[in-house]
Ligand binder design. Structure first.
Ligand SMILES: Nc1ncnc2c1ncn2[C@@H]1O[C@H](COP(=O)(O)OP(=O)(O)OP(=O)(O)O)[C@@H](O)[C@H]1O
Ligand SMILES: [Mg+2]
Length: 570
């Protein structure tokens, strides 16, 4: 609305109500299709006592048509915001608001329709003032993107995507807790951050069940991924067991290949400067009560090959071509069988030398034999059964409520670090396959995931290996849903990990990304979110989007991108 139009509208209203000497609040009531009877007590002489914002309304929308923003594919409507409610206009963009009106404007007892909208723009220089009976009210023009509505039905309120229609007069409010469902915010879950809505903070919670459907955290260098993982770990570790299915909190296992000891401080209280912020959000600042820091390295901790099944060994050597995979598995099974009949444990060094010397009658040609030998000599096997090292077993990690950091950064070279990650992934998968009813849920966090599952693997069978790994991971994710084995993968860019991996998890959290990922954001974050998402370029300003509800809503339909700010804990 232009300034002139706004002024003339105000003048029209002012003239209309001049005689009755109503205060501006009442003017607003009338503008809103006479839809909202005054809830405030009526003062002497039928006048409303002076109040700057009746019903906490912060603006209004006149009955007016809705326009389609073709570029963004969204519906938008113009309205006004009371300027005295808005102390910092620049932070308003993307703020969620709730629009309310009575279904039947003539019936004071009629139910309200509530609409969730977001402020897409505020024109700060268009301020208009009306003065009546020493009440001054200033307005600024605002544009709202309409997202969802909550309509009353005989069976109770129903939340649905907003259906295009002409909008009657609406009041504009900041959202409250009761609006969370309408906004697509989970009511339950671990607290991660907040969204500021006017004077109030809306907590952003991630339902714990959603974690077992996996999560993908993405954002450029220094975007806040590692901090977010720390917040999540603290929240999970401290959450009342009653908040988890069957009363069992997940074991959180963080794979750290970075070597910056970024997770070492989870067993300490956070520094004093962050405490008030975390307190206000319900995020614990005290040390994680059951914390283990495990360094996988010679002389410290090692994985045991005995904990892996012979079939699962085929995923470890990137050098193994798929043509030779059957022969490999056959050989591995034979070796496992022989060890079992001799009542011996499987040991990496013996296994690889058996495979390399091709002692098994595999009946393979020489090319294949060479491939098997190469795979047997792969450095990946060196993470297993390292001498003088404590074996790390699933039992050490699969403890409800325990947060373990498995630091593989001291393993020499990317291949060995990758093998460490694969060992963890496989070990949990094996347990969950063997005992699908295993009561302890697990969240395996893979920070810097491009080290473990890069978009491309170098070498002869690189492309083939990528595909194999992709299918293997997809299977794990799929099985994990039922078995409560979730993966949280964090990486800088959606395409720096295996193709498809970025799209599978149902929870996606994106920090600031370069413009070239707008398309990916747009596809995954529902509304044409790219432009929105890039708005907050500062570290730690994050954007959360849960793409699906746990009960299996179609992806995206119910939960458009949401702007959330995460607290800092480090
Ligand atoms: N929510 C936040 N609020 C304020 N500062 C933050 C927040 N999150 C992270 N930071 C700061 O930004 C810096 C980078 O954060 P963090 O290590 O979490 O990013 P990252 O995405 O993991 O980076 P990298 O890609 O390098 O691993 C840190 O100095 C951290 O203190
Ligand atoms: Mg990081």
């Amino acid at each position: 609305m232009t300034l002139d139009k706004l002024r003339s509208e105000d003048n029209r209203l002012a003239t209309e109500f001049d005689d009755s000497a109503l205060e501006m609040d009442a003017v607003v009531d009338t503008v809103l299709s006479e839809s909202l009877p005054p809830r405030r007590p009526v003062g002497p002489h039928g006048r409303h006592p002076k109040q700057s914002s009746p019903d906490n309304s912060i603006g209004h929308i006149h009955p007016s048509p809705v326009t389609m923003n073709a570029g963004r594919g969204t519906y938008e409507i113009d309205g006004t915001l009371f300027h005295d409610e808005i102390r910092a206009v620049p932070v308003l963009k993307d703020s969620p608001v709730i629009l309310t009106a009575r279904v039947d404007p003539t019936d004071p007892l009629s139910d309200s329709i509530r609409v969730y909208a977001r402020i897409v723009g505020v024109t700060v220089d268009q301020v208009s003032t009306i003065e009546r009976n020493s009440v001054t009210r200033q307005y600024v023009a605002a544009r709202f993107e309409i997202v969802r509505e909550c309509v009353p039905t005989p069976n109770g309120p129903r939340v649905q995507l907003w259906t295009p229609k002409t909008m009657g007069g609406f009041r504009v409010h900041w959202p409250h807790e009761r609006d969370l469902e309408l906004m697509g915010y989970p009511r339950e879950g671990v607290e991660l951050g907040w969204q500021r809505a006017g004077g109030s903070l809306l907590k952003y919670r991630l339902p714990t069940e959603a974690l077992y459907r996996s999560a993908f955290v993405v954002g450029g260098m220094g975007g806040g991924k590692t901090n977010l993982i720390s917040v999540l770990a603290r929240s999970l570790a401290h959450k009342d067991p009653n908040n988890f299915a069957n009363g069992i909190p997940p074991a959180v296992v963080i794979l750290d290949a970075e070597g910056r000891d970024e997770y070492a401080d989870l067993n300490a209280d956070v520094s004093g400067s962050f405490r008030p912020e975390l307190d206000s959000l319900g995020i614990p600042w005290t040390a994680v009560p059951d914390f283990a820091y495990i360094k996988v390295a010679p002389g410290e901790w090692t994985f045991r090959l005995n904990d892996i099944t012979p079939q699962d060994t085929a995923i470890f050597p990137a050098t193994l071509p798929s043509k030779s995979e059957r022969a490999w598995k056959f050989g591995a099974e034979q070796y496992w069988r022989r060890a079992a009949s001799a009542h011996r444990q499987v040991v990496a060094r013996e296994f690889t030398s058996a495979m390399a010397s091709a002692v098994m009658p595999l009946g393979v040609n020489s090319a294949m034999r060479n491939a098997l030998i190469r795979a047997a000599q792969d450095t990946c096997w060196e993470v297993f059964d390292m001498p003088n090292s404590r074996p790390l077993t699933v039992t050490d990690l699969l403890v409800p409520g325990r947060v373990s950091v498995v630091d593989v950064s001291r393993l020499d070279g990317l291949d060995r670090q990758r093998a460490g990650g694969l060992a963890l992934l496989t070990m949990f998968d094996i347990v969950k396959r063997a005992e699908p009813q295993n009561p302890c849920p697990v969240l395996l966090v893979i920070d810097e995931a491009t080290r473990l599952v890069p978009a491309t693997f170098a070498g002869m069978s690189g492309k083939e290996y990528s595909e194999k790994m992709g299918t293997w991971l997809a299977d794990i994710l799929h099985r994990g849903r039922r078995a409560r084995y979730g993966l949280l993968v964090a990486t800088q860019y959606p395409d720096d990990v295996l193709s498809g991996l970025a799209d599978q998890p149902q929870t996606k959290i994106s920090f600031t990304l370069p413009p070239k990922y707008d398309r990916w954001l747009g596809a995954n974050f529902v509304t044409a979110a790219g432009s929105t998402l890039r708005a907050g370029g500062t570290a730690g300003l994050g954007f959360v989007h849960r793409t699906s509800r746990v009960d299996g809503d179609p992806i995206g339909a119910a939960h458009p991108a949401t702007l959330v700010q995460f607290p800092q804990v480090r």
